[in-house]
Design a protein around this ligand. Structure first.
Ligand code: NAP
Ligand code: GLV
Length: 309
């Protein structure tokens, strides 16, 4: 019996020590150094090579190392009938809330404009809106979106969210389904994308959607780069319809050196760090799922592979 880590190119030493601290008896192997593929029952994966998971005939559970499972589900060679789980974690929610609140506050308090004024040695107070008039719309009111929305609402922003099904989250007005999207966008000054990447949500941040936002709206994308049609964002900002964007995720990561986002004055970028799974807190649910998978009990944070999240 073993737990196999398949996270090529990633330093997994912190994960291995966190797992060993809590489960000293557990046999941990790191792909591709697997003694006996038939003994592998649980795989912890991030950006695994397509097809590799089919090489473990007794695999019972595949766990994503993060919240997203898009890279996992893009593997058309996933073994049939093996359960998929993902990370849902308070620390992941907390760091995502920090990032989005920072981005929303910087935009609301006009920090880009004041930084430019500083560069120009200009002392000029700008009019300040009341926070309750700044409307934040969150695409995706799941584990992360609902937590982030709650924190923004506590701060005083007017918060609403869009999801597939209706939600009852305190302080957040719910819009849902394709029929709810236009009304949601019409009242969104800051648009936050926290959707999972699925065939339905791919390229959702496009010029048609941007046109439905109020003039001057601002975009924060912390979900996946493939949600965004990059040239549509550039066109919407350059035309003055959108006021700018904060982007953490990109179609191509690392962002290529020649990419226009690096030098665009109204776009801020970060290198996919909005929220990173903390091994210390996440190993508890991984070990719980390992023992549940072995004993055939229902798993935590299961993914619906048909739905795509
Ligand atoms: P989640 O709990 O699965 O929530 C997904 C939400 O999106 C749900 O509210 C769902 O609606 C909604 N949704 C899905 N498809 C939709 C559609 N077609 N139309 C409308 N709403 C739709 O996911 P999560 O844990 O919050 O994570 C969200 C994403 O954040 C991850 O998939 C990942 O890509 C990204 N992420 C990024 C970072 C980073 O560092 N940048 C870190 C962690 C995660 P229902 O509830 O009605 O089903
Ligand atoms: C990070 O992007 C994650 O999905 O956890």
């Amino acid at each position: 019996m073993s737990l196999t880590i398949i996270c090529p190119g990633r330093d997994m030493s912190q994960w291995i020590s966190a797992l060993k601290d809590r489960a000293p008896q557990l046999k941990i192997e790191v792909w591709p150094d697997i003694a006996d593929p038939a003994a592998v029952e649980f795989a912890l994966v991030w950006k695994h090579p397509a097809g590799v998971l089919a090489g473990f005939p007794n695999l019972r559970c595949i766990s994503s190392l993060g919240a997203g499972v898009d890279a996992l589900l893009q593997d058309t060679g996933l073994p049939v009938g093996v359960s998929l789980v993902r990370i849902v974690d308070d620390e992941l929610k907390q760091s995502m809330a920090e990032y989005v609140c920072l981005g929303a506050l910087q935009h609301f308090r006009q920090f880009d404009e004041y930084r430019q004024q500083q560069a120009d040695c200009t002392w000029q107070a700008r009019p300040l809106r009341h926070i309750g008039t700044m409307r934040v719309g969150i695409l995706g009111l799941g584990e992360l979106g609902s937590h982030v929305g709650g924190k923004l609402a506590e701060m005083g922003f007017a918060v609403h969210g869009w999801s597939r099904s209706v939600k009852a989250c305190e302080g957040i007005t719910s819009y849902y389904g394709d029929e709810g999207l236009a009304a949601f966008l019409a009242v969104t000054d800051i648009l936050v994308c926290l959707l999972p990447l699925t065939p339905v949500t791919r390229d959702i941040l496009n010029s048609k959607l941007f046109r439905q936002l109020p003039n001057g709206a601002y975009l924060i994308n912390v979900a996946r780069g493939e949600h965004l049609v990059e040239e549509d964002l550039l066109a919407a900002i350059d035309a003055g319809h959108l006021s700018g964007a904060l982007l953490d995720v990109f179609k191509s990561e690392p962002l290529p050196q020649e990419h226009p986002f690096w030098r665009h004055p109204r776009i801020k970028i970060t290198p996919h760090i909005a929220s990173i799974t903390n091994p210390e807190s996440a190993v508890l649910q991984i070990l719980e799922n390992y023992s549940r998978a072995l004993s055939g009990q229902p798993l935590l944070n299961q993914v619906d592979s048909q739905r795509g999240y």
